[in-house]
Write a protein that binds this ligand. Structure first.
Ligand code: ZN
Length: 246
């Protein structure tokens, strides 16, 4: 089956255990303590698979995926190494390194060759937050203040917030999304992008990757029916957003 230059990552819904549950007191001083959590994002692996199925339906092609196998109690795949697992837990370290090595291998495949090309990564998460800055939300879109989508901005400065931009398309589908406009995006906010999109997004030397974090509220990912409907809706939006470029 033909592949497309689209990668979905899902770091926080693994089920395997390794040797030592992470403890906040063991974090090195360089780690941000407010970001520490050992709680999985329930339903996000299933949601990611459903989105991929719908992208296949729409495009006739297969996106790439990297789905974490180990529970967040043991590994936080969306943190930098020293903050991601207990130092003494070698099985956790191996799982973490394999996850990120896999992402890098896929990026090597999808990021061409052709230096002007771009590719897309969507990092799928769950949040319990129901509001951001006083606004009720169902979805939070993170671009690290616009930095992780820089390569798209360079090709087409108005595309992300134009009629085929991801957030305008979500809004048109009746989904409550934050940020609602570019100034809210650039100002930054909680959950506007973590380690994965900062590391692989277009602010980094490997400039062609557009990396976007998607946080989905529990209300639309908790139940199977809602999850399937949301997966179909967001896959439509993602496909309309990316297809001119891939
Ligand atoms: Zn998460």
């Amino acid at each position: 089956m033909t592949k497309i230059k689209l990668l979905f990552t899902c770091p926080h819904n693994g089920t395997q255990h390794t040797d030592k549950v992470r403890v906040i007191g063991d974090l090195p001083n360089t780690c941000i303590r407010s970001e520490f959590s050992i709680v999985n994002d329930i339903g996000t692996e299933d949601l990611t698979e459903r989105i991929i199925t719908h992208i296949h339906r729409l495009s006739g092609k297969d996106p790439y995926k990297q789905i974490a196998k180990v529970d967040r109690e043991y590994v936080d795949h969306n943190r930098e190494g020293p903050c991601a697992f207990e130092e003494s837990d070698l099985r956790a370290q191996t799982a973490y390194e394999e996850y990120h090595k896999g992402i890098l291998q896929i990026i090597e495949e999808i990021l061409p060759q052709n230096e002007n090309g771009i590719a897309f990564l969507f990092d799928i998460h769950g949040t319990d937050n129901v509001e951001v800055k006083g606004n009720f939300i169902e979805v939070i879109i993170g671009t690290d203040k616009g930095n992780s989508r820089q390569s798209l901005t360079e090709i087409s400065p108005d595309y992300f917030w134009g009629p085929h931009g991801l957030i305008p398309l979500l809004k048109k589908n009746g989904i409550r999304v934050f940020p609602r406009n570019e100034s809210e995006e650039i100002a930054g906010f909680e959950l506007d992008g973590g380690y994965t999109i900062q590391t692989y997004g277009s602010s980094q030397p490997r400039k062609g990757l557009v990396a976007i974090q998607i946080e989905v509220n529990r209300s639309i990912r908790g139940g199977m029916y809602c999850r399937e409907k949301f997966a179909a809706d967001i896959a439509d939006c993602i496909w309309s957003f990316v297809y001119p470029f891939i």
